[in-house]
Ligand binder design. Structure first.
Ligand code: 13P
Ligand code: SF4
Length: 361
């Protein structure tokens, strides 16, 4: 595997220990105010002709609201697909910025709102468009494949966009055509896809701050304590953690795999926000967070994305009320970024995602 020069990830965007601004958590909701707040959001969604598109990592109350109001809670591929197909004039994206940008790129005529526009992603932050563009210029013989977790400007430089649920299939498709690939930004997902497909992939060097923290030795120890447990791993995790998995897949893939595996206990190596959906579908099972090194050691996010955590009920209600926090994408960048996204959506129509452990991979 070839890896590019390391890029300095701007951890200071959320890491208070460096003395710089941490990601700002949303205003707390008291038990007393919650019912009225939920009712207000339901009413505003109707009034504004808005649909709520949420990721599995956000606040469980927001996930439930999305589902009960005709929106969706899903992985990044389905978030993009759902928002695009839905007739609502406004899409409210409860997730991180690249998800809001993808919705805007696909639907430039619609209003796209987010509870907090400062909800970033370490992969996106570690891939500045100018440096990425120079990297592409240096390798003109390669097809440029970028993960969804990038800015609109980076996507505008790509031939294909992929999400974790379809990356393997798209890379295998390109490899079968004899294409060499330039991959960005997640080196662990890239490495996983490379090992499965055997494709020639030149990697950008970035990682997810949540998944990178899962530790294989501690996971082995935890497995020894729960020998019956099945291990679910998102492929943004390091290879030695993936090697211990019973199922590897996108967030939707992991939920589906858990349902098929029918275990009493699961160890979950992805953001623990997903456990809300797993518990709803498998109320009799136990779900345990996969181990990180812990707060006092190297762990910075401890199995919960600090940016996904910025989505709360108060700021959700406020953006619906005020229509502020609109996601805007430069129209020319948006026009170019739409090409690799639509290419992926078109490919996905005839190539349904498969996952290790899901019964079909
Ligand atoms: P999924 O597409 O699997 O939901 O992943 C998005 C993400 O950001 C994972 O960290
Ligand atoms: Fe980005 Fe990781 Fe957060 Fe997903 S969990 S949005 S990859 S930082």
């Amino acid at each position: 595997m070839a890896v590019a020069t390391p890029i300095q990830i701007r951890f200071e965007r959320f890491d208070g220990r460096l003395g710089l601004a941490p990601a700002k958590p949303p205003r707390t909701v008291t038990a007393l105010e919650k019912p009225a707040l939920l009712e207000r959001i339901r009413g505003l969604l109707k009034q504004r002709d808005a649909v709520l598109v949420a990721h599995y990592y956000v606040d469980p109350d927001i996930q439930d609201l999305a589902q009960e109001t005709g929106g969706t809670v899903s992985d990044s591929l389905e978030m993009a697909r759902f928002g695009h197909a839905h007739p609502a004039k406004t899409i409210v994206v409860a997730g991180v910025r690249f998800m809001g940008e993808t919705a805007k790129i696909l639907n430039p005529e619609k209003r796209v709102l987010m509870p907090d526009l400062a909800a970033e992603c370490s992969l996106d932050l570690a891939t500045p468009a100018d440096q990425f563009s120079a990297f592409c210029d240096a390798h003109p013989d390669r097809v440029v494949v970028v993960y969804a977790n990038t800015s609109a400007a980076v996507k505008a430089r790509a031939d294909w966009m992929v999400t974790s649920s379809i990356a393997e299939k798209i890379v295998a498709h390109l490899h079968a055509q004899g294409k060499k690939i330039l991959w960005a930004p997640d080196k662990y997902l890239g490495d996983y896809v490379q090992r499965i497909t055997g494709a020639d992939m030149l990697m950008w060097n970035a990682a997810c701050v949540v998944h990178e923290e899962f530790k294989s030795q501690q996971l082995r120890d935890l497995k020894a304590l729960h020998p019956e447990a099945k291990v679910l791993v998102h492929p943004e995790s390091p290879a030695d953690v993936i090697a211990l998995a019973d199922a590897v897949g996108s967030t939707t893939g992991l939920i589906q795999a858990a349902e098929r595996l029918k275990a009493k206990t699961y160890i979950v190596a992805t953001d623990n926000g997903i456990i809300h959906q797993m518990r709803k579908r498998m109320p009799g099972s136990t779900f345990i967070d996969a181990p990180t090194a812990g707060k006092g050691a190297t762990c910075q996010s401890c199995a919960h994305c600090p940016w996904m955590a910025m989505n709360g009920l108060h700021n959700l209600a406020e953006v619906l009320e005020t229509q502020r926090n609109e996601v805007l994408v430069d129209p020319e960048i948006g026009r170019r970024a739409k090409i690799p996204i639509e290419r992926m959506l078109e490919f996905a129509k005839t190539n349904l995602p498969t996952f290790k452990g899901s019964g079909d991979a």
